[in-house]
Design a protein around this ligand. Structure first.
Ligand code: ATP
Ligand code: MN
Length: 393
C-alpha cells in the first residue's frame, strides 16, 4: 500500500494506492502533476478529514529531481535562490499564502473603494515627459523619440477628477533609484486615489478606513494563511495618531538632534520617531518646500502644506495631500521648483476647464503587505522583484 499526498485548489488530501496500481506509483516523483480517479472514503489519518482510494492514476507531468528549491520547506533556501526559481517556490505553502493574502488585500481595496464611489482607471505607463521632474526616471527609445516609464499616475489621476470625480488605480510604477533596501524596488505596485471636492483630512480618513478594512478582512478570511505563515494579523488601534511635522521637529530636538524647520527627515530621524509612535500614524503639514509642485499650501501659514505621509513606525507607506487647482499658482510653483511650465502644457490646460479642488494619495502596496505579514523585505511579497541587481527571471 502506498500513500500519496495530493494538493489541488481546494486543499490537501491523502490518496491510498493498493495492489497493481502501485506499479504506476513508482514512477511518480514528489511535486509531479497527476490525475487521480477514486472513491472518497473516511480516514483514520489525523491530518485529513477524508481520503481517496485510487482506481486510476495518470502522471501528467513528472518533476525532475533534484529540484533547485525544496517546496516542502524542510530545507530552507535563501531568498535569492527562491526568487531565481519563483514558480517552484510558489509550491511552498508559506510563499503561496503570502500571495493569497495579497489577493485578499487587493479584493478588499477594490470593494471598499467601489463602495465609496471610486472608479477604477488605468493610466499610461509609457509617457512622453517626466511627470514630477526629472530624477529617478527610466527612459527608453520610442520609435526614435525618448519616452519614460511612469513613476506615478499623479497628473493623469488629477485630470480624471474633472470628469469622474473619484478615481483610483492599482498599477505598477517605475523608479530608477539605485536603492538597496528592503523597502525600495525599481518596479512597485501603487494604490492611488484622487477625489474632487475632498481635502487632505477627508482622504486621510479614507486611507485609514481602507487600512483597517484590509486588516479586518484578512484577519477574518485568511486564518489558514496566517497559520501557514506563522503570523497573526492584529487589527491596529484607531483612530491613527496624527502628528504634525512641527511636532516631530520638536520631539527630535528634545532627543538632542540638530534639526531645523524645513529640513527633510532622514531615515535615522524616522527611526527615532517610529520608536516613539509604533504602528500606524499620519505625519502631517510638511513644509511646502519639501513637497512636490502640485501640493497646496495652508491658508493660515503658506510655508506649510496640506500634506501627509502615512507611517508604520519608521516605514513610509503613503504620501498625499490637497492639490493646487489654480493654473497661475501651479505655474509659479513649477518655476520655483526649477521646472518649465511649457513642459506641462497638456496638463495645465485641463485646469482651465473647470477643474474642481481635489486631493489624493499614493500607497505602496508592497510595503503595506510587509506590515500585514510582519516581515521587512518587499521582495518576499512581489512575484518577480526588480531592483538594481535583479532583472531576471
Ligand atoms: P521613499 O522616501 O520611501 O523612497 P517616496 O516618498 O519617494 O518614498 P512617494 O513618491 O511618496 O515615495 O510614493 C508613494 C508611496 O509609494 C510611498 O510612500 C511608498 O509606499 C511607495 N513607493 C515609492 N517608491 C517606492 C519604491 N521604490 N519601492 C517600493 N515602494 C515605493
Ligand atoms: Mn513620499
Amino acid at each position: 500500500m502506498t500513500f500519496i499526498t495530493l494538493r489541488d485548489v481546494s486543499g490537501i488530501s491523502q490518496v491510498i494506492v493498493k495492489g497493481e496500481l502501485n506499479e504506476n506509483v513508482e514512477e511518480i516523483n514528489r511535486q509531479s502533476a497527476v490525475m487521480i480517479k477514486g472513491i472518497v472514503q473516511e480516514t483514520k489519518a489525523r491530518d485529513f478529514s477524508f481520503e481517496i482510494k485510487a482506481e486510476e492514476i495518470e502522471v501528467l507531468a513528472k518533476a525532475i529531481h533534484p529540484l533547485p528549491v525544496d517546496p516542502i520547506g524542510r530545507v530552507e533556501s535563501n531568498i535569492d535562490t527562491r526568487l531565481n526559481h519563483r514558480a517552484l517556490d510558489m509550491r511552498n505553502q508559506k510563499t503561496a499564502s503570502i500571495f493569497k493574502l495579497r489577493h485578499h488585500v487587493l479584493e478588499t481595496l477594490r470593494n471598499t473603494l467601489s463602495q465609496k464611489k471610486f472608479i477604477e482607471i488605468t493610466t499610461p505607463k509609457i509617457i512622453g515627459s517626466a511627470s514630477e521632474g526629472g530624477a529617478d526616471l527610466f527612459s527608453l527609445d520610442y520609435f526614435g523619440k525618448t519616452a519614460y516609464l511612469a513613476q506615478s499616475p499623479q497628473l493623469y489621476k488629477e485630470q480624471m477628477t474633472l470628469g469622474l470625480e473619484r478615481v483610483y488605480e492599482i498599477s505598477n510604477f517605475y523608479r530608477a533609484e539605485k536603492s538597496h533596501t528592503g523597502r525600495h524596488l525599481s518596479e512597485f505596485t501603487s494604490v492611488d486615489i484622487e477625489a474632487a471636492f475632498l481635502d487632505y483630512n477627508d482622504v486621510m480618513d479614507i486611507l485609514e478606513t481602507l487600512i483597517l478594512e484590509v486588516y479586518k478582512h484578512t484577519s477574518e478570511k485568511c486564518k489558514k494563511e496566517q497559520e501557514v505563515i506563522g503570523h497573526t494579523i492584529e487589527i491596529p488601534s484607531s483612530p491613527f495618531e496624527r502628528i504634525t511635522y512641527n511636532q516631530v521637529i520638536e520631539e527630535l530636538k528634545q532627543n538632542g538632534e540638530k534639526i531645523e524647520f524645513g529640513d527633510d527627515l532622514l531615515d535615522s530621524h524616522l527611526r527615532m520617531i517610529g520608536e516613539k509612535h509604533a504602528g500606524f500614524f499620519f505625519l502631517t503639514d510638511w513644509p511646502m518646500k519639501l513637497k512636490p509642485f502640485y501640493i497646496r499650501e495652508k491658508d493660515e501659514d503658506p510655508l506649510l502644506s496640506r500634506s501627509f505621509d502615512l507611517q508604520y513606525g519608521y516605514l513610509e507607506l503613503s504620501s498625499g495631500g490637497t492639490r493646487l487647482h489654480n493654473t497661475d499658482i501651479l505655474k509659479s510653483r513649477l518655476k520655483e521648483q526649477g521646472l518649465d511650465p511649457a513642459q506641462f502644457a497638456d496638463h495645465l490646460q485641463t485646469f482651465d476647464w473647470g477643474m474642481p479642488p481635489h486631493s489624493g494619495w499614493g500607497l505602496g502596496l508592497d510595503r503595506l503587505m510587509t506590515t500585514l505579514i510582519g516581515i521587512d523585505n518587499v521582495r518576499e511579497v512581489v512575484l518577480y522583484p526588480r531592483d538594481p541587481d535583479r532583472l531576471k527571471p
